[in-house]
Design a protein around this ligand. Structure first.
Ligand SMILES: NC(=O)c1ccc[n+]([C@@H]2O[C@H](COP(=O)([O-])OP(=O)(O)OC[C@H]3O[C@@H](n4cnc5c(N)ncnc54)[C@H](O)[C@@H]3O)[C@@H](O)[C@H]2O)c1
Length: 370
């Protein structure tokens, strides 16, 4: 415990507008994708806040996973099932009768979407339709958050950050499927949720590249870097000059929680879309991230470029977070160095076989309390 408390003290986190634990105590929250990387962190956070949580997802997509290592299912209801099956998701939601729905189940990888575009659209577009369709018949349900991505924007390869009112787009199946999921949410809002006897408040959230302890997804930068460092092999970078809005997983998750509170308590001003990204100085190249991690890791860490022929990925993508900062009072807490430091500490604790549930909960607690 000392390690984590100590590390965050060293980080000198600033006091920020906080999540209200009294709001969450006893709230019934249904989360899709709870076995995934972000879903596991969020489920643990909701458990810590005292919410009654039910998760609905396919099995954890990686092995190892935060879900298994942290025994996330212990402390919530966990249903392993497929959002592509309308009847199953409908029954699952109806029997739990949530007050809040957080939809994050998805096929989330750009490169996999080139290999299996049909699965990607079925999960990300029709799966979203099914989840929102199931939500329509839950009377108690008041607030819905649909997690999409910064990649939903039409990418102009320009250096300005995208704003929430910029057009949707996406050149690869993943990005385009998430643009579609945005359109689905907007249509459900206007066609059904606004008009319901008890209107449901829905917002979509677009976060940048999320990093954190326990992400073992294929083809993601940080897991690739850590795997190589662990084996004392060189990291091969596919797109060393690509710029991304990197942020620790706790940053957007804190934004989602704050947004739910405002949607619940206030309502109309908080509908529609929200960007959650880092400050400008954390929007840096893949190459700089890798070098910075190598210097924090210590001996055995090496970085080199992979000159292979890779499918297209946007080379520059930045987010404008003015809306979240000014209207929600949300702001990123961690510098990129601090976020990378936390990831390395988490990963080293994992290598040392420590109790990862305790360590993850402790990281959440300290981040939340600061
Ligand atoms: N990780 C990032 O950098 C990032 C950035 C922006 C947005 N997002 C979005 O955040 C969400 C979570 O991403 P993640 O990184 O945790 O991904 P992940 O792959 O770790 O988790 C995906 C989750 O979705 C579930 N899932 C996939 N297909 C399903 C299906 N057909 N039915 C039910 N469950 C299914 C998986 O079981 C898992 O629980 C996704 O919507 C993703 O698009 C992620």
């Amino acid at each position: 415990m000392g390690l984590w408390q100590g590390s965050l003290e060293v980080l000198g986190l600033a006091k920020m507008s906080a999540i209200d634990p009294t709001f969450w105590r006893g709230k019934r929250v249904f989360i899709t994708g709870h076995t995934g990387f972000k879903g596991s962190w969020l489920s643990l956070w909701l458990q810590q806040l005292g919410a009654q949580v039910k998760g609905f997802a396919l099995p954890a997509p990686t092995n190892p996973s935060v879900f298994d290592l942290c025994d996330v299912a212990n402390g919530m209801e966990s249903e392993i099932a497929d959002i592509r099956d309308l009847e199953v998701i409908r029954q699952s939601m109806a029997s739990f009768s949530p007050e809040i729905l957080i939809h994050m189940a998805a096929q989330p990888l750009v490169r996999h979407s080139y290999l299996d575009p049909v699965e990607t659209y079925q999960t990300n577009v029709l799966g979203t339709v099914n989840v929102l369709e199931a939500a329509r018949s839950v009377d108690n349900l008041k607030v819905i958050i649909n997690i999409t991505t910064d990649k939903c924007y039409h990418n102009n390869e320009w250096e300005w950050g995208y704003r929430e009112n910029d057009p949707m787009g996406g050149d690869d199946p993943y990005s385009s499927s998430k643009g579609c999921a945005e359109l689905v949410s907007a249509a459900y809002k206007k066609s059904f949720f606004d008009l319901a006897e008890k209107p449901k408040r829905i917002a979509t959230v677009r976060a940048g590249n999320v990093i954190g302890g326990g992400d073992w997804a294929e083809d993601r930068l940080i897991p690739d870097i850590l795997k190589s460092f662990e084996k004392a092999e060189s990291v091969k970078l596919r797109n060393p000059h690509a710029i991304r809005p990197w942020q620790h997983v706790l940053e957007p998750l804190s934004g989602y929680l704050m947004l739910v509170e405002q949607l619940w308590n206030v309502g109309d001003d908080y509908l529609s879309a929200w960007n959650f990204g880092p400050h400008q100085e954390s929007m840096i190249t893949v190459g700089l991230i890798a070098e910075s991690m190598a210097s924090q890791w210590g001996s055995g860490a090496k970085v080199e470029m992979d000159a292979g022929n890779h499918p297209h990925e946007a080379s520059i993508l930045k987010l404008d977070i003015s809306r979240a900062m000014s209207q929600l009072g949300w702001a990123p807490k961690l510098s990129l160095q601090q976020a990378l430091g936390l990831i390395i500490e988490w990963h080293k604790a994992y290598i040392e076989n420590r109790n990862m549930r305790e360590i993850t909960l402790q990281q959440i607690k300290v981040f939340n309390d600061e």
